[in-house]
Ligand binder design. Structure first.
Ligand SMILES: Nc1ncnc2c1ncn2[C@@H]1O[C@H](COP(=O)(O)OP(=O)(O)OP(=O)(O)O)[C@@H](O)[C@H]1O
Length: 617
């Protein structure tokens, strides 16, 4: 497979290390998770961050990747200060989180294409990149399967493929093999080794598996937020001194005598054979095999482990339950296909306004994909406005003095449209909470685009979905006497879109302030008065004075009023008792002003939500 070069991008600052952290600190109210950490990782190095649960590994990686704001200290990625140039820093980074951050409702290839758009990989290169990275992790056959059908190991491999898609200079892996069985762990590591062979990528990984840390060029051992030792694993262990050598021989007593007299070793005779320590076991063992006159059946050298180093520095052990020792098995059942020829050095994407626009379109498209695939949700969401229109319309019409039940149903049509857009628009807020919980939001937040762009894409996606869904109801208007005039339908659709935007933003704002479990209840409590006091069920003129005053500060009153007034123009006999326009004293605010008010409110809500969004950890 031939690899085409990308457009060149933001280069690293000359001579700077791939990662540099100085005095990095993160304090939470109850704990200092990271405490004044200094580290420097050279380009092309593999650096392991080893520590027990709660040592501060994930918090450190989150700060290095710009996903958490340090309480103190600085981080430079490829020479870019993450406080002042987070977007450029993110462009150099590929990230594999501890928890899965894939969109389970998209296919493997769709997840990769989403990522390619987010990182502005040149469009012409995307199909090749998708094929190539899927092949690299042995997932070519699963490219069109939904990720929800993937095993844990497959998800991990897909995340590795995704993290490499934009050719990052630095790959961060937060516990890349946690929760995987030994075979999947071995597979993941085999892929990581291949990647290192092929690309001059810097690896920074956190782990509490000793064997994984052993495979790094350098290791930092972390305990309670502080680095207690740092260096190549062999050097860290060397400071502890000797290896332990265990021997099984034909005649242990004779062998022990010879070892003492000829080699000057202090030998212990154990039930399993002989045991001694040696600082230079690599030199002694060949001599011992050649010169010991007693046949040796078995010789085992146990070098000091990083766990011993940890014990030496902290007084306690790191070893986690379930952590396997020894290097991960390099063999596996489903070995990936042969690796393509080596590629040029990694490149990065160009960024700028075009990249922001592309990311916005991609987020919007994801909302549309989810909508198009959720046919049951689309059909179910139409029930509520239909019930509103026909049951409420027929039931309440009899109580209305004066206007016919037909006129009342036409009056209710605006409310039905707003109700139809309500469920899909507000679903965006819960989808955002769901993305946060499922981890996918982190994939978006780590991308090299402004977070406001992402939020705008999400809101525009929700608006489009809500308008399309409520638009399905527009056709039903003719059944109850709404004139099927194309001009009217276009105007109603435009007003509907604006209302859907305001509603979507409302859902997003709510999602920023309430906990996920409260969102549904908060919506129900909020939407009931907003709908009943909007003039959609009964006109404002039928309300007592205080209620009308409340309705006048409800933004959806103006959405409904704009639609009523638009319809009234096209109706030959719109009863004034139902279709009387909203009045501020004796003045009727024009429809254009009503539309501008809705748009302004949506813009304000969006700006506020974007601010909150940009501070999300
Ligand atoms: N958002 C947060 N709010 C409060 N405390 C936090 C938060 N995130 C992490 N902590 C605390 O900071 C400390 C370090 O957590 P961190 O997740 O970085 O450790 P870790 O080394 O990655 O652990 P593990 O191996 O279990 O993932 C822990 O005491 C944790 O409870």
């Amino acid at each position: 497979m031939r690899v085409q070069p990308d457009a060149p991008l933001a280069p690293p600052v000359t001579g700077s290390p791939a990662i540099r952290a100085t005095g990095l600190t993160k304090r939470y109210p109850d704990v200092t998770a990271v405490d004044g950490l200094d580290l420097s990782v050279a380009a092309g190095e593999s650096f392991g961050f080893l520590g027990p649960n709660g040592a501060g590994k994930s918090t450190t990686i989150a700060m290095l990747c710009t996903l958490a704001v340090p309480t103190a200290g600085t981080v430079e990625i490829d020479g870019h200060d993450t406080r002042t140039d987070a977007v450029a820093a993110r462009r150099s980074i590929g990230l594999i989180f501890q928890e899965s951050t894939l969109d389970a409702e998209l296919t493997a290839a769709e997840n990769l294409r989403f990522h390619a758009d987010l990182y502005d990989v040149p469009a012409a290169l995307v199909p090749g990149r998708v094929d190539e990275t899927l092949a690299l992790v042995g997932l070519s056959d699963a490219r069109d399967r939904f990720v929800r059908t993937f095993s844990g190991g497959m998800r991990r491999r897909l995340e590795i493929a995704r993290a490499l898609l934009h050719r990052p200079r630095i790959l961060f892996l937060d516990e890349p093999t946690i929760g995987l069985d030994p075979q999947s762990r071995a597979q993941v590591w085999r892929h990581l080794h291949r990647i290192r062979e092929r690309e001059s990528v810097t690896l920074f990984l956190t782990t509490h598996y000793l064997d994984e840390a052993e495979q790094c060029d350098r290791v930092a051992i972390l305990d309670a937020g502080r680095i207690v030792a740092q260096g190549p694993p062999a050097e860290l262990k060397a400071v502890l001194g000797a290896d332990r050598v265990d021997l099984r021989t034909d005649d242990d007593a004779a062998a022990a005598r010879l070892l003492r007299t000829r080699f000057g070793l202090t030998v212990a005779e154990t039930p399993g054979g002989l045991s001694f320590t040696a600082t230079d076991s690599a030199r002694i063992l060949p001599r011992l095999f050649a010169e010991l006159d007693v046949p040796v059946y078995e010789a085992r050298v146990t070098p000091p482990t990083l766990d011993d180093v940890f014990l030496h520095h902290t007084g306690h052990r790191i070893r986690a339950e379930g952590a396997s020792e020894g290097p991960p098995d390099p063999a596996g059942d489903d070995a990936p296909p042969p690796v393509p020829a080596p590629r040029p050095a990694p490149e990065v994407a160009s960024g700028g306004f075009r990249a922001e626009l592309r990311a916005l379109r991609m987020v919007w498209r994801r909302e549309m994909l989810h909508f198009l695939r959720d046919r049951a949700g689309t059909v179910l969401s139409l029930f509520q406005p239909l019930l509103f229109l026909f049951i409420l319309g027929v039931g309440l019409a009899g109580l209305m003095a004066g206007p016919s039940s037909r006129s009342y149903q036409v009056f209710l049509f605006s409310g039905a449209l707003v109700t139809a857009s309500q469920a899909p628009a507000l679903r965006v807020g819960s989808a955002l909470l769901w993305d946060r919980r499922s981890g996918f939001l982190r994939e978006m937040l780590a991308g090299p685009v402004h977070r406001g762009t992402l939020l705008l894409g999400i809101c525009l996606g929700g608006t489009t979905v809500a308008t399309c869904q409520a638009g399905l109801l527009l056709g039903a208007g003719a059944l109850i006497g709404v004139p099927p005039d194309p001009g009217l339908l276009v105007l109603l659709a435009a007003e509907l879109a604006l209302t859907a935007l305001a509603m979507t933003v409302l859902g997003v704002v709510l999602a920023m302030v309430v906990r996920p479990q409260t969102y549904g209840t908060a919506l129900t409590v909020l939407m009931a008065p907003l709908m009943f006091l909007s003039g959609s069920v009964f006109p404002l003129s039928a309300m007592p004075g205080w209620m009308e005053a409340v309705a006048l500060v409800n933004p959806f009153t103006y959405a409904v009023d704009a639609m009523h007034r638009t319809m009234a123009v096209y109706l030959a006999d719109a009863p004034a008792s139902l279709f009387a326009p909203v009045a501020w004293g004796s003045w009727h605010p024009p429809v254009v002003l009503e539309a501008l008010m809705l748009a302004g409110l949506a813009a304000l809500g969006l700006a506020w939500a974007a601010r909150r969004f940009s501070r999300l950890d």
